[in-house]
Design a protein around this ligand. Structure first.
Ligand code: FES
Length: 249
């Protein structure tokens, strides 16, 4: 009986400035294989479908359980995580491409620095003095904790940016994920201390004003984060902040 194979067409790019090209691979099928497993098989035996030796495909991954977001790529036209993409559930040939919103480093690895820069811009953290034990943090009411937990699932994967028509190489838009993180940290009992700084950052160029309300982000988010609810909430908060500033400063 002929061996069952998995057929992949991978968009490759040798360096950040070189021209992308496609290469086909046919690898042995294994039950319960995911896309990372297929890439590892190519790494083990880097032969194209035509039997020519090639360089192993480069990609990024870490947790292998859809928590770190590192393995995001476009799989059969949809941005998602390669570690949770099961071969059995994908139509073949399986097309793998790097996300187009980010600069390609090599093959399927992209540089997501713009996301981490956006988190720095909006101060998406809670500044506390780490030099001594401050004891347990303030308690949050259960009802708040529940929605805050949903927002905290963001893994900076880049899928919402890839889905958003307002994020591209020419735009400075920080993206839906960063706006949602402002909501998370501004509502935190300790994070509230710096809420005005975060609101100011959201009101700058590339901030919340650049959202075009396409609502693609909320549909694309692999973690089901209510991104559009966060954007609507932060729109209200920035408007309130601007009005207060106008009258009281
Ligand atoms: S490897 Fe972490 S999300 Fe896929």
């Amino acid at each position: 009986m002929a061996e069952k194979l998995v057929h992949l067409i991978i968009t490759r790019q040798d360096s950040p400035d070189s021209t992308p090209y496609k290469e086909e691979f046919k690898i042995p099928y294994r039950p319960n294989m995911n896309v990372i497993g297929a890439l590892m098989e190519i790494q083990r035996n880097p032969l194209t479908a035509q039997g020519q030796k090639t360089a192993p495909v480069n990609w990024e991954s870490n947790c292998l359980e859809e928590v770190c977001g590192a393995c995001s790529m476009v799989i059969n036209g949809r941005p998602r995580q390669a570690c949770s993409a099961l071969i059995d559930k994908l139509e073949q040939p399986i097309r793998l491409e790097p996300m187009s919103t980010f600069p390609v480093q090599r093959d399927l690895s992209v540089d997501r620095s713009r996301m981490f820069d956006a988190l720095k811009r909006v101060k998406a953290w809670i500044p506390i003095d780490g030099t001594h034990d401050l004891g347990p943090g303030p308690r949050m009411p259960e009802v708040d904790r529940q929605w805050a937990y949903e927002l905290s699932k963001c893994m900076t994967c880049g899928v919402c940016l890839e889905a958003c028509p307002n994020v591209n190489a020419k735009s400075e838009f920080i993206g839906p994920f960063a706006i949602s993180q402002v909501r998370l940290f501004n509502e935190h009992p300790t994070g509230k201390m710096n809420r005005h700084e975060r609101l100011e950052a959201l009101m700058e160029d590339g901030g919340i004003g650049d959202c075009g309300n396409s609502q693609n982000c909320v549909q694309a988010c692999p973690k089901g984060i209510p991104l559009t609810t966060s954007i609507a909430h932060m729109n209200k908060e920035t408007t309130k902040h601007a009005v207060k500033k106008f009258f009281f400063s």
